[in-house]
Design a protein around this ligand. Structure first.
Ligand code: FAD
Length: 454
């Protein structure tokens, strides 16, 4: 018989994303595990006690409402319903035209602009988002409720780093006010499930700003950056995953570390052993069971316009999906005044910017759901299917899952032995295999091409 969902059972089943929504129930707390991921803990017996509240509110619980059910209830009058990007009013490509939002943001600065505009118009008292936490060692980043335009600006940029919602949900519960929450798809699903379970969240969380998501990394990625830049991870005082350079294509990510002595080290992701996002290094295992790329339950969702000519424009460009009518009016007013430079686009355009992510969460997920798994079986909107997927594609999905799982273990061993080179050598070999399979790189890639043509 299937195990009933409890924080421990979800974790043991590889389905805990570490959002912390369960840690606001019955005295829980979030702690770092040996793989630098956040996991829920609590008083004796807490982790393994199934409760109806947990079953209904953990975003990976098979008993919780799915993204379709949440979006149907939240956006009943949305004129467009698309199987890839969900229900929506309108979609756009572009950037924030006023102020420093674009220069300060990861993409076009639209998330920070919308958060700031909600505050300026008096529609919220604070925005829960992720800000740098200065100082050496983990955690580097955490959620904070920002209540001024300056504080919102401090949070701009993407943090591919474990963070959790427990503290800010506690604060929202305790401090009356109207709040917006910024988050990746599964975190906002958790926020919406919390809203349904506890009226105080429904009343106080008045807007959700979603970030498209490829997958969540563990904190070990920062150690790996440090190892590859020949510095001690304990000397890392600040991290920028994605430093912006307007003179280079937007999709050339640069990782940047500031050290405790004030000096800096940086490297382009493409020169790092684990810098190919698609290879899945340090991916949280729950992401293997995710079917939402574009934050389908968010009032408004934002991503990068990963198609030309936008991906070559180093200043950064957003794609935006508006699902809540209230935000449509706000955006339209600002477009009319030239404060935002946004052009309308359709669902095909948005989906085209997220081709790889959608393939991984549709075809890839269908295939992964056919694999044997222990513990709780996730309930997804995608049916298990192996038929019709070519052997090479299957190998790509297997390799990606293998890299995701083994990167945690190999880096842990390398750390324990004080031998970073062990991890780096393994990562380089794994990356070569992945790139041969995926992009036909090297002699192995050419051989695979010949095999495929036979
Ligand atoms: C883990 C992760 C994976 C992503 N994967 C994709 C992808 O596959 N495809 C794609 O198109 N886009 C992806 N994005 C979104 C993309 O990186 C940008 O965040 C998005 O385009 C918004 O850019 P912006 O310039 O409008 O935001 P900015 O104006 O820079 O503002 C970003 C806002 O998001 C908040 N924030 C940053 N990191 C987090 C976090 N981890 N959790 C919650 N809030 C956070 C910041 O505090 C800030 O308020 C991902 C983001 C994250 C965090």
């Amino acid at each position: 018989m299937a195990e009933a969902p409890s924080p421990g059972a979800i974790d043991r089943s590889g389905l805990c994303i570490g959002c912390g929504a369960c840690a606001v129930q019955g005295g829980g707390r979030m702690e770092w595990d040996e793989y630098r991921q956040l996991k829920p803990h609590g008083p004796a017996g807490w982790r393994d006690t199934p409760t109806p509240r947990f079953a209904a509110t953990c975003p990976f619980s098979p008993a919780a409402a799915d993204e379709d059910a949440i979006a149907d209830a939240r956006f009943p009058s949305a004129p467009v319903v698309d199987a890839r990007i969900g229900r929506f009013e309108s979609a756009y490509v572009g950037h924030a035209a006023e102020g420093d939002f674009r220069a300060g943001g990861s993409s076009g600065g639209m998330v920070s602009w919308v958060a700031a505009e909600l505050l300026r118009q008096g529609m919220i008292d604070g925005v829960a988002h992720v800000v740098p936490l200065p100082g050496p060692g983990a955690p580097h980043f955490g959620y904070r409720i920002s209540r001024s335009l300056e504080a919102i600006a401090e949070g701009a940029r993407s943090r591919y780093h474990p963070v959790h919602l427990a503290q800010i949900l506690d604060e929202i519960r305790t401090v009356p006010g109207r709040y917006a929450v910024v988050g990746i798809p599964c975190f906002l699903k958790a926020v919406n499930l919390a809203r349904a379970a506890e009226p105080v969240f429904a009343e106080r969380i008045v807007a959700t700003l979603g970030l498209f998501c490829g997958h969540m990394k563990s904190g070990r990625l920062v150690d790996s950056f440090a190892w590859q830049l020949a510095v001690d991870p304990n000397e890392v005082a600040a991290v920028e995953y994605r430093r912006k350079d307007a003179s280079r294509p937007a999709n050339w990510y640069t990782a940047h570390l500031t050290l405790t002595d004030g000096s800096a080290r940086w490297q382009d992701w493409w020169h790092l052993a684990d810098g190919d996002w698609g290879a899945g290094f340090f991916q949280n295992s729950a992401c293997n069971a995710c079917d939402d790329v574009v934050a389908e339950t968010a009032d408004i969702a934002f991503g990068d316009a990963w198609v030309e000519p936008y991906s070559s424009d180093g200043r950064g460009t957003n794609v935006v999906i508006v699902r809540a009518p209230m935000l449509l009016d706000m955006l339209q007013g600002a477009i009319d005044k030239g404060r935002l430079a946004l052009d309308p686009v359709d669902a095909d355009f948005i989906a085209g910017t997220q081709d790889a992510g959608l393939r991984h969460r549709r075809e890839g997920l269908a295939y992964r759901l056919t694999w044997h798994r222990r513990g709780i079986t996730p309930r997804k909107r995608v049916a298990p299917r192996a038929a019709g997927i070519g052997w090479r594609r299957k190998l790509v999905y297997r390799t990606r899952a293998g890299i995701a799982a083994w990167s945690h273990r190999v880096a842990w061993v390398a750390d324990r032995l004080g031998m970073p080179s062990l991890y780096i050598r393994w990562a380089k070999a794994s990356l070569s295999l992945y790139q041969a399979l995926t992009y036909s790189r090297g002699r192995l890639g050419a051989w695979l091409d010949r095999m495929e043509r036979r």
